[in-house]
Design a binder for this molecule. Structure first.
Ligand SMILES: Cc1ncc(COP(=O)(O)O)c(C=O)c1O
Length: 356
């Protein structure tokens, strides 16, 4: 989740007050906004151009109720029976659960410090019917890796060669300080590009943008499910987000969030950096830690809890059937203040040192 930053509250209050005076307020609350108004899409297209290089045609663009809604629809619609999804073997915790809900299998693809390995993806395509590759190339969750442009090109090449749909989750695109252009700029004809506002504005808005490879592919996916409101964008959220983008507040908030993450990353570097084994790119909302061999994950999670620091078991980030044995993700945002964060990290450092 995003940290609260200075100015956030005022911008949101101003936006909501403006919306409250609109003549169409009751429509916003009492009617579906479907996948956004023409105006929402025009504003979004210009905003997304910052990541995509140019504004996508609005016939390729939808506003929806968040990344997970889109993934559920795409997994259901793009993966025929007998085909599978490929994903980084460590991935966003929701992927395994969404695959289970939609009845598709996920094939784990090897990763290295550059993210998903193209050779491993290619091998998977040779041995199985892979229809979709889900990928989070920028500030990968959980390892924090940032995929190089060269690797993005190699992944795009594999997708072209094997006719794969790429589902690119650019969740950190607007808050990363060093995000290379998305794969969607290299292989737009294959890529379903997703940009949520969960990290750059707020997860409670439940909204994300989807840019499809073409107007035709989008119609193919959406036309047969026009009444499935689960992926419609919440009207109030869409109205607020469009307002925040138009006034420039969205950019200001995203910049402040990015700066706040930077300060928290500096604290992590100062406290945990010297002992080694901390993976970070300086822009992620968390760090990824190598645990010394002396620690079993369960023991470490228990010892941290006894020291007053709650950690998630890292297996939530593993593709089903694969388990993580020597890493822990530490959220830098969960502690409310910098001093809470420093204290929590110091406690973690002490727990680590107790078995060096
Ligand atoms: C990799 C990744 N994608 C997407 C999201 C956000 O999903 P949503 O847009 O459904 O809130 C998150 C964050 O929680 C995430 O870590």
């Amino acid at each position: 989740m995003a940290p609260e930053v200075a100015g956030f509250r005022e911008h949101v209050m101003e936006g909501l007050s403006k919306i409250a005076t609109l003549p169409e307020l009751s429509d916003i609350v009492q009617r579906h906004r479907f996948h956004g108004t023409t105006h929402d899409k025009a504003v979004a297209a210009q905003w997304l151009a910052r990541r995509l290089g140019s504004a996508p045609d609005s016939s390729r663009l939808l506003l929806t109720g968040g990344t997970q809604n889109i993934l559920m629809i795409l997994f259901s619609r793009l993966v025929p029976k007998g085909s599978v999804i490929a994903a980084e073997k460590l991935t966003y915790a929701a992927i395994g659960q969404l695959a289970m809900l939609t009845g598709v299998s996920v094939l784990p693809i090897e990763i290295d410090s550059d993210g998903m390995r193209a050779d491993s993806l290619e091998e998977a395509c040779m041995s199985q019917k892979v229809a979709v590759v889900y990928i989070n190339p920028t500030d990968h969750n959980p390892t924090t890796s940032v995929m190089s442009v060269e690797r993005r090109q190699s992944i795009a090449e594999v997708a072209r060669k094997h006719g794969l749909a790429i589902v690119e989750d650019d969740v950190h695109g607007f808050i990363s300080k060093h995000a290379p252009p998305p794969i969607a700029t290299i292989a737009p004809e294959h890529t379903w590009y997703i940009m949520t506002v969960s990290k750059c504005l707020g997860i409670g808005l439940r909204a994300a943008y989807l840019v499809a490879p073409s107007a035709e592919t989008l119609i193919e996916v959406a036309a047969s499910i026009p009444s499935v409101s689960a992926w419609f964008v919440p009207g109030l959220s869409a109205a607020l987000i469009t307002n925040l983008i138009e006034t420039g507040a969205a950019d200001e908030i995203a910049r402040s969030i990015s700066a706040e993450i930077g300060s928290r990353q500096e604290i992590a570097q100062e406290v945990l950096g010297p002992s080694g084994g901390m993976h970070t790119n300086g822009s992620s909302l968390h760090v990824w830690l190598d645990l010394p061999h002396a620690w079993a994950i369960e023991d470490f999670v228990d010892a941290a809890a006894q020291a007053g620091v709650i950690l998630r078991h890292p297996n939530v980030f593993a593709i089903p059937g694969f388990s993580i044995k020597s890493n822990i993700r530490l959220s830098l945002i969960a502690p409310a203040t910098h001093s809470d964060l420093r204290e929590g990290l110091l406690r973690i450092a002490r727990v680590l040192q107790s078995r060096m």
